[in-house]
Design a binder for this molecule. Structure first.
Ligand SMILES: Cc1cc2nc3c(=O)[nH]c(=O)nc-3n(C[C@H](O)[C@H](O)[C@H](O)COP(=O)(O)OP(=O)(O)OC[C@H]3O[C@@H](n4cnc5c(N)ncnc54)[C@H](O)[C@@H]3O)c2cc1C
Length: 233
């Protein structure tokens, strides 16, 4: 941990998130002042909005894409999360068949896609792809871990994607009795990823307006306090 991060006794609850404590909350970008015409208006500058803007602009550079954010890019969950760039599908997906299996492969591939974009666009978000180790410290946890791996195997997740390992070979955890390992996980500094994406989409020509709440969304129209954002020439 960086020496500039204060001790927990010095924290003040109500700050945006841990991740901004070392970097500081960014100075907000321009707010929308008036109405606006665009081909695509995206509400919210979190990962959903920023990745959408990124791929739209890369696919069709002439598209006029705007992002309307009520606070600043990365203010929401994208700047406050656990920092795990993980290929895990949440929930019990085993019963959903081939579609879910394909989604799982895409989830795995998305980690390397994020890494590739960060390299290509020079986004420094402290990214390290080290995989993920799950450790069991009790017989009950070990039974659940083994069951997780064997049901994943039955569902089509192969040994290279998830396997049982000797815990002592991977981590030093007191009392570890079993462990699983998967390569499909990286750690990131999530606020840096959101801020880096905002910089990149701006450089690609996307207008990111901050401090600009959207008060209503209707077909062909996103309404802000200063006016609507709508299609037009
Ligand atoms: C505590 C926590 C830990 C998590 N840990 C992980 C993890 O380790 N790994 C992982 O993959 N996922 C994790 N997640 C989930 C992940 O962070 C979210 O799925 C992801 O950030 C959602 O991105 P988003 O862009 O959809 O939403 P957000 O990041 O919340 O972005 C929405 C944006 O919209 C803006 N907005 C909202 N309303 C308006 C409006 N009316 N007008 C204009 N702007 C508006 C908000 O200010 C915000 O910036 C975690 C989530 C939480 C809360």
């Amino acid at each position: 941990m960086s020496a500039s991060v204060p001790l927990s006794s010095e924290f003040v609850n109500g700050d945006v998130s841990f991740w901004y404590r070392s970097s500081g909350v960014p100075a907000p970008g321009p707010r929308l002042d008036g109405d606006l015409q665009a081909d695509v208006a995206i509400v919210g500058a979190g990962y959903t909005g920023l990745w959408t803007a990124y791929y739209l602009k890369r696919a069709r550079p002439s598209l006029r894409v705007v992002v309307l954010e009520q606070e600043f890019a990365g203010f929401g969950a994208s700047g406050r999360n656990g920092g795990w760039l993980t290929g895990d599908l949440a929930g019990s997906h085993e019963r959903y068949g081939e579609g879910a299996r394909r989604l799982q492969r895409e989830m795995y591939a998305s980690i390397d896609e994020v890494i590739a974009v960060c390299e290509k666009e020079s986004i420094d978000c402290d990214l390290v792809k080290g995989g993920v180790v799950n450790v069991a410290r009790t017989p009950a946890q070990a039974a659940r871990l083994r069951e997780t791996v064997s049901s994943a195997r039955a569902w089509g997740i192969e040994e290279p994607d998830l396997r049982l390992v000797d815990p002592s070979a991977h981590v030093r955890v007191a009392g570890a009795v079993a462990a699983s390992w998967s390569p499909h996980c990286a750690r990131i500094q999530p606020a840096k990823l959101a801020q880096g994406l905002a910089r990149v989409v701006r450089e690609l020509g996307v207008a990111v307006y901050e401090r600009t709440p959207v008060t209503a969304i209707a077909p062909n129209r996103a309404v802000t306090r200063t006016g609507p954002c709508r299609p037009g020439t």
